[in-house]
Design a protein around this ligand. Structure first.
Ligand code: IPD
Length: 281
């Protein structure tokens, strides 16, 4: 494998950037041509032909270049592929994050490519396709958006925080009750605001850039978390489990914030919503 500047994974990251930009072109074209129809009947978990097409393009290009690597992709997992993180170099891919937005042509739509080796996240690339913003993070080397270094906010007090979350796909009464209780708890603590934009990866990028102060969610997946986690950590932020313990990207839950104080405070408030684990489906 070609090495540059002593970083063995730089060629992989360069490839991830090229592929994310290429995927972004495909997605923008599909939006312009109004080819955004969901092929799934579920009201809360949409998927389109473009999700499948982009994932095929990404994974087949990567397999050709890095034949010994492993791959976890949202659509391949839905189709029955195992979602297990081993020690091997592994690409963790969401071809379209914000599929519901994509279907409605609501702007936050992203491609997310994470990469882990020995179960450690090495780099993340997230491309906001409609606004052409490229977020990257390389472990130990910082996080950037279109070349500008990212820095999280330093807010520790929930009453000064803008908090982001996402709904998840369960709509049964018990889940909705817990989901709304969590929002109510944070609102009662006088948080400045709560936002749901329809893309967990882009919400996490807003946190990395300091435009939001915290994020929490139950029901997101490793392909929503992998790339974004590197970007946030490299921007100086904290990404943990909703219990307040270390992050487990297979556990379908997360709290992230610019400061440890804010992350822990939110984690203490949250009622758990059980979405199972990605590696047990
Ligand atoms: C989903 C979106 C959604 C979030 C889910 C994600 P998808 O990704 O980010 O807002 O609530 O947890 O899985 O299905 O659009 O790739």
């Amino acid at each position: 494998m070609e090495e540059r500047g002593g970083d063995p994974w730089q060629p992989c990251m360069d490839t991830a950037v090229q592929l994310a930009l290429r995927a972004g072109q495909i997605i923008r074209k599909a939006v312009m041509e109004e080819k955004c129809v969901s092929t799934k009947t579920s009201a809360a978990d949409l998927v389109t032909e473009t999700d499948h097409f982009v994932e095929d393009v990404l994974i087949s290009s990567l397999k050709e270049k890095f034949p010994s690597h492993r791959f976890i992709g949202e659509e391949s997992t839905s189709a029955g592929s195992k979602c297990i993180l081993t020690e091997s170099p592994t690409w963790i891919i969401d071809p379209i994050d914000g599929t519901c937005n994509f279907v409605h042509r609501f702007p936050p739509v992203a491609v997310s490519i994470g990469f882990a080796v020995n179960q450690e996240l090495e780099f993340g690339v997230i491309y906001h396709c409609t606004e052409e913003r490229l977020y990257t993070g390389r472990r130990g080397q910082g996080a950037f958006c279109n070349g500008q270094r990212l820095q999280v906010s330093n807010v520790t007090d929930i009453s000064k925080a803008l908090v982001l979350t996402e709904i998840g796909t369960k709509r049964d009464p018990a889940t909705l009750k817990l989901f709304l209780s969590n929002m109510e708890k944070l609102l009662k603590l006088q948080t400045h605001g709560l936002r749901i934009i329809g893309s967990s990866t882009l919400s996490l990028c807003h946190l990395a850039s300091g435009a939001a102060d915290a994020y929490y969610q139950f029901g997101l997946h490793c392909w929503d978390l992998a790339a974004a986690t590197v970007i946030i950590r490299e921007a100086g932020g904290i990404v943990i489990d909703t219990s307040g313990g270390p992050l487990d990207i297979m556990s379908c839950r997360v709290v992230a914030a610019g400061t440890k104080e804010l992350a822990m405070l939110i984690a203490r408030e949250l009622l758990t919503i059980d979405y199972g684990r990605d590696d047990e489906t």
